[in-house]
Design a protein around this ligand. Structure first.
Ligand code: GSH
Length: 391
């Protein structure tokens, strides 16, 4: 019996020792997690994709600083301004006038965040950023937000920052001079196409050419101005970018009617704001500002009808901080932040009408209408514009 007990005790000890060894092995990081960053760049990816997804700033110190948990909200508040990477050459979305004032649909999102955090929509410092500068700019941590016709993709999400809800749903298209006689995208074989580097546009064009076995000469330029100038001077037969970008660009031509935007799109381009990785509170706050704009429209509240006393409508009262909470305390927002936001920039529909309706970018019937059963009575519905409910 004693011998049997001794045998059992030995067996139990052996099992415990083996289990401990196994646990230790589990605790080791898996081999692939220590693989060098370069492994992310699959050799089969097109060069442009590789460069876009992995471009890192020469000195990544400031990136690690933001990743260590410094509060972005605290630094914006102590600085007194929001630093916003923007476009300055795309009319309607982000465009600088002769005196350097930047306005547009994307710009108003930065203004809305500044109003939410600082109570002042003008407290924004803009950093005009070309397409290829976007990755390094986000990774450096030098801006608080980027709001600039930027497509949300998985690799950008993994390497540039977190994308807040989409502000404009788009797809890539082509524009040609009417006298080229091309009436569809599949007729572009044998032509040359101008495109800007560092964009999803450039990558999608490569896919489109390969998939359809088209003989297209791709002519790449470093920025918007150079790309458009090359197209208008006839250096290439066609211009490709997001359809909204084509509409905006064509509106600036001397003779817009001489150019056709071909029917159809070759990609998905959900355009929205990005915040640096490493600060969830800041990401949540920016996402909530998008919710404020969208739900203010859904509830029929405009810049001139912001309530400051309880209305009796629970959802409206919660949004404007008059009753209940949607998490303002946890996000570091004042209870009445939405009052400042909507008074300063208006609701989503007002922003759209101010900047995009003049370009003839039809909202009604497009994906940029509010979701199908949004509660408003006089807003365009049946689209995809939607964000986290405020509660
Ligand atoms: N949505 C696409 C294209 C964005 C883009 O940068 N488009 C060009 C052409 S419309 C632009 O805005 N360029 C301005 C610049 O780089 O100065 C992306 O995110 O890659």
């Amino acid at each position: 019996m004693n011998r049997y007990l001794k045998y059992m005790a030995g067996a139990v000890l052996l099992v415990i020792a083996l289990a401990a060894m196994a646990c230790q092995q589990d605790a080791e990081p898996p081999a692939q997690s220590t693989a060098p960053t370069a492994a992310i760049t699959a050799p089969t990816e097109p060069a442009a994709m590789t460069a876009e997804a992995t471009a890192m700033p020469a000195d990544s110190e400031s990136t690690s600083m933001t990743n260590q948990g410094d509060s972005r909200l605290a630094s914006v508040m102590s600085r007194g301004t929001l630093i916003c990477a923007s476009n300055d050459s795309l009319a309607g979305f982000g465009f600088a006038d002769a005196s350097g004032n930047i306005t547009g649909f994307d710009i108003d999102l930065c203004r809305a965040v500044a109003a939410a955090v600082l109570g002042d929509a003008d407290a924004v410092e803009y950093r005009p950023t070309t397409a290829s500068e976007r990755g390094p700019t986000m990774q450096s941590g030098e801006v608080d937000i980027m709001s600039r016709n930027t497509t949300w993709t998985s690799s950008r999400n993994a390497t540039w920052g977190n994308f807040a809800p989409t502000m404009f749903y788009d797809g890539q298209g082509f524009m040609v001079p009417k006298n080229l006689g091309v009436s569809g995208m599949m007729e572009l074989g044998g032509s040359s196409v101008c495109v800007q580097q560092g964009t999803t546009t450039e990558l999608n064009l490569q896919d489109f050419i390969a998939q359809n076995d088209l003989d297209i000469e791709v002519v790449v330029f470093p920025d918007n101005v150079a790309t458009n100038a090359a197209y208008t001077s006839g250096q290439c037969d066609a211009l490709t970018t997001d359809r909204s970008g084509l509409v905006s660009t064509r509106a600036g031509f001397a003779s817009p009617d001489d150019h056709t935007i071909l029917a159809g799109t070759i990609s998905e381009e959900p355009l929205g704001p990005v915040v640096p990785h490493g600060d969830e509170q800041w990401f949540d706050l920016v996402s909530a500002v998008m919710s404020m704009l969208i739900y203010a429209e859904a509830y029929g509240i405009t810049s001139s009808s912001v309530p400051t006393a309880v209305t009796g409508d629970t959802a409206i009262d919660r949004l404007f901080g008059l009753e209940g909470s949607y998490g303002q305390e946890d996000m570091g927002l004042s209870m009445t932040a939405a009052q400042d936001v909507i008074r300063a920039v208006g609701n989503y529909g007002e922003i759209y009408d101010r900047h995009l309706t003049p370009l003839d970018l039809q909202r009604e019937g497009s994906r940029n209408a509010l979701w199908a059963n949004a509660p408003c009575t006089d807003c365009p519905k049946g689209g995809q514009v939607y964000a986290a409910p405020l509660r």
